[in-house]
Design a protein around this ligand. Structure first.
Ligand code: COA
Length: 332
């Protein structure tokens, strides 16, 4: 059973940070052979935020974290752990987590990154809840942060039109008496599909060389249509059984926070679950796919806009490189 037991855990605050620069579909159509109509019809994306040259994932993550702490009214010295879901760390080591810890001055906190494709933030959230629920930690900052733009091949229309940069952070802690908080989580991996989304070169398997640079292997590669089919095949039965094992019915769920990769995926999966697609909060039109940051940004925005409020039941679900996927259910 995927249920959390032990101490109840609640979301105490959320924070957002987006780089200012915007890149529209029309801008992209001047860079690669694409069009606003193609991108909107096939994905739902209209515009995305892109970091400035030199603006790092750790900077976005730290700003989002500061906003989450302020929204929770909790000081950095009360944070026990910082977990960062990211696929675009400033460097492979040190990780983003320790840099954020230093910026915040979170003197008692451990810090590390969770790299699990776009599902990384859902993995990190499940770990954070488990750590608080068990009594190991009291307050945990969980961050989804990406600056994927320098890792994209701006000559490859199959990938460069899809992604955007951004960060969002959650502060978790013990739940007040009257709150149910986090209910259940299930995270999965199917590594046999590891070649669907990859970053081929620059590490152990393909160390950087003039050949890897010439072959443009230091960029995100994706078999987009295969990913599309994988997700549409795997997610509906997975989410159905997740609800059953979490003792939840589809009607109990106020809102679905999906990974913001493609509007057709969100609507298609919900239709297969017999759920009204209007029950999904969608922001990919103005953000694109912000990878591990996407579900956190979506929840933050939905709360800020009053789409979600205290007492609402949310299922957050994501999928990504690995292939990984997962879901987590909680009451706000
Ligand atoms: N502009 C115009 N044409 C494009 C294009 C673009 N940006 N990108 C691809 N195409 C073309 C292809 O070359 C292909 O042309 P062809 O028929 O002449 O070969 C055609 O459009 C269809 O390509 P295909 O890949 O089959 O399109 P699709 O309907 O599967 O849509 C994605 C492509 C990437 C939008 C879609 O597959 C998708 O969203 N997949 C999931 C990706 C995802 O979720 N990734 C994140 C995981 S974290």
């Amino acid at each position: 059973m995927p249920l959390f037991t032990g101490r109840k855990v609640a979301l105490l605050g959320t924070g957002l940070f987006l780089p200012e620069k915007l890149l529209t579909n029309d801008d992209l159509s001047k860079m690669v052979e694409t069009s606003d109509a193609w991108i909107r019809e096939r994905t739902g994306i209209k515009v995305r935020h892109i970091a400035d040259d030199g603006q790092l994932t750790s900077e976005l993550a730290a700003c989002a974290a500061q906003n989450a702490l302020a929204s929770a009214g909790i000081g950095a010295d009360a944070v026990d752990m910082i977990l960062v879901g990211t696929n675009s760390p400033d460097t492979i080591f040190p990780g983003v987590g320790p840099k954020v810890q230093a910026v915040l001055g979170a003197s008692r906190a451990g810090a590390c990154d969770v790299q699990a494709g776009c599902t990384g933030s859902v993995y990190a959230l499940a770990m954070a809840v488990s750590g608080i629920s068990s009594g190991l930690w009291r307050h945990v900052l969980v961050i989804g942060a990406e600056v994927l733009s320098p890792l994209l091949d701006w000559e490859d229309r199959n990938t460069c039109v899809l992604f955007g940069d951004g960060a969002s952070a959650f502060l978790l802690g013990p739940a007040p008496e009257d709150k149910r908080g986090f209910i259940a989580a299930d995270v999965r991996a199917e590594g046999e599909f590891h070649d669907l989304i990859s970053f081929p070169a620059g590490l152990v398997e393909r160390p950087a060389s003039s050949e890897t640079v010439a072959a443009r292997e230091h960029y995100v590669k994706m078999k987009g249509n295969d990913v599309f089919k994988f997700v549409n095949r795997k997610l509906p039965p997975f989410l159905k059984s997740f609800l059953v094992e979490s003792n939840l019915k589809p009607a109990d769920v106020t809102n679905w926070i999906f990974h913001q990769a493609n509007l057709r995926i969100i609507e298609g999966v919900l239709r297969r679950l017999d759920v009204d697609p209007a029950k999904a909060y969608v922001n990919l039109d103005h953000l694109g796919n912000t990878s591990a940051a996407s579900v956190f940004i979506a929840l933050h925005e939905a709360m800020e806009q009053g789409v979600l409020k205290g007492g609402d039941l949310v299922v957050m679900t994501s999928f990504g490189a690995g292939m990984t996927y997962g879901a987590i259910a909680f009451e706000l």
